[in-house]
Design a protein around this ligand. Structure first.
Ligand code: SAM
Ligand code: SF4
Ligand code: SF4
Length: 336
């Protein structure tokens, strides 16, 4: 039974954060000052097990989920993640399994193992081609070349089309937009520019730091003219464009300046099993508790139906100083 929320939006997409840990400290996500050496990450026993995750995916598929994305924190830090991929790939009704990663641990071998397990696509995050800029953004001195290698490894393994996420933050990497476009034009990879978002409460977000999708597109269009591409399906996060000279496609995710809540069909499961019906939600529903207290699949499905039926989130459309001050879940806990 496909579930719909209070605005008749279906449930289609499930993003699963498999760990709250990360080996990067991106300034817009896990700033070092707040995620320092003493930060208390979740102990292993608090994380959903692979069996618990697979069971939830089975229940969510009954509710309409067709796409699953593994994320984090850094999903490749979770040991044996390919086993989880394999378990999810076996579930009838899952049409698409993807992963978002910072690429730091995506070797050729790992990419192939993930592909063999049933992973279909990866999105690799990369914010600049300049080491000094990228290192300032990941804040752990991680070099660009290794991420480029990860992108090649993903493509070679057939985890395609590879998408590349670039979060644009004014004054940090906005000068690198055209260079990034040049790097990935004609490669078959899809570069996606993401407006810097006010997720969580720890990144010190200011509207002044946001470079709008319009400005991003204009700067590329001036060099290589673009045209729009119709969405592949309803609720697509990125607006799609292609180069008029046939050199491929790019996307922009304009959550701040052009919100797209109207067709939002995404749900997000945190590493400890709380379900969030919006990226900017304050609280989630504890599915781990249901599983660990011995509830049946029917009861778990009942809880999901009720929760999705009541959903009325549209944070980006309502964004204001007041909504921004609310306590919100951190990106590293639900994975974007
Ligand atoms: N660690 C993995 C990675 O970086 O790809 C997966 C998790 S990360 C939270 C998922 C995506 O969210 C990344 O592409 C990241 O750049 C993006 N992201 C994180 N914080 C953001 C913010 N404040 N605004 C926009 N995008 C953000
Ligand atoms: Fe880690 Fe990804 Fe957040 Fe960067 S964006 S700190 S890589 S979780
Ligand atoms: Fe969906 Fe919430 Fe983002 Fe709107 S703000 S598109 S409801 S996740």
């Amino acid at each position: 039974m496909a579930l719909t929320d209070s605005f008749q939006r279906p449930l289609r997409d499930l993003r699963i954060s498999v760990t709250d840990r990360c080996n990067f400290r991106c300034v817009y996500c896990m700033p070092k000052e707040l995620f320092g050496p003493d930060f208390a990450f979740l102990p292993h026993k608090d994380l959903l097990t692979f069996e618990e995750i697979s069971r939830l995916v089975r229940v969510f598929v009954r509710g309409g989920v067709k796409k699953v994305r593994l994320t984090g924190g850094e999903p490749l830090l979770r040991r044996d993640i390919e086993k989880l991929v394999a378990q999810i790939a076996e579930i009838d009704g899952v049409e698409d399994i993807a992963m978002t990663t910072n690429g730091s641990l995506l070797t050729r071998e790992r990419a192939q193992v993930l592909k063999n397990a049933g992973l279909q696509r990866v999105t690799v995050s990369l914010d600049s081609l300049k080491d000094d800029v990228f290192m300032k953004m990941n804040d752990v001195h991680f070099p660009v070349s290794k991420v480029l290698k990860a992108i090649d490894a993903a493509a070679e393994a057939g985890l395609t089309p590879v998408k590349v996420n670039m979060v644009v933050k004014r004054g940090l990497n906005d000068e690198d937009i055209v260079e990034m476009a040049q790097q990935f034009r004609g490669t078959g990879h899809i570069l996606r520019f993401i407006e810097y978002m006010d997720v969580g409460n720890s990144n010190g977000w200011r509207m002044d730091d946001v470079v709008s999708a319009k400005d991003i597109l204009n700067s590329i269009h001036e060099v290589w003219p673009l045209e729009t591409v119709p969405p592949r399906h309803a609720g697509e996060v990125a607006t799609r464009y292609r180069y008029q000279d046939g050199k491929g496609e790019i996307g922009v995710v304009s959550s701040v300046t052009r919100p797209f809540c109207g067709a939002c069909n995404r749900s997000r499961l945190s590493a400890k099993g709380r379900l969030y019906t919006c990226l900017f939600a304050s609280d989630g529903f504890d599915f781990r508790e249901l599983l660990r207290s011995g509830k049946s699949d029917e009861e778990v499905f009942g809880a999901l139906s009720e929760l999705w039926g009541l959903r009325s989130d549209r944070y980006s459309e309502l964004r204001s100083d007041e909504t921004r001050r609310r306590n919100k879940i951190e990106m590293s806990q639900i994975g974007g």
